[in-house]
Design a protein around this ligand. Structure first.
Ligand code: SF4
Ligand code: SF4
Length: 82
């Protein structure tokens, strides 16, 4: 194996190890449990970014507006947002 090939193999091994150490991928969108949601609208009231609407009795979060402040998660009396 040439010197360059050895360096390449070592770099590839380091890349594999680094990518393996990143841990679980963070969620990029909050989820509303529609079975638990009562449509009370409390989450809508506390969202500072207007990211939540109640549609047909269930909260719906617009991921393009959500800034992950988690106020809705803390406010929801049913624990329906996570
Ligand atoms: S606060 Fe909870 S129960 Fe009320 S509308 Fe929002 S998600 Fe549904
Ligand atoms: S996490 Fe914050 S910004 Fe996102 S929907 Fe809930 S209250 Fe709105």
């Amino acid at each position: 194996m040439t010197q360059y090939a050895k360096v390449f193999v070592i770099l590839a091994a380091v890349l594999v190890l680094v990518s393996a150490c990143k841990g679980p991928v963070e969620s990029t969108q909050l989820i509303v449990d529609t079975d638990a949601c009562t449509g009370c609208g409390e989450c809508v009231e506390v969202c500072p970014y207007g990211a939540i609407e109640v549609i047909d009795g269930d909260a719906v979060i617009d991921p393009s507006l959500c800034h992950f402040c988690y106020r809705c998660v803390e406010q929801c009396p049913e624990g329906a947002i996570y």
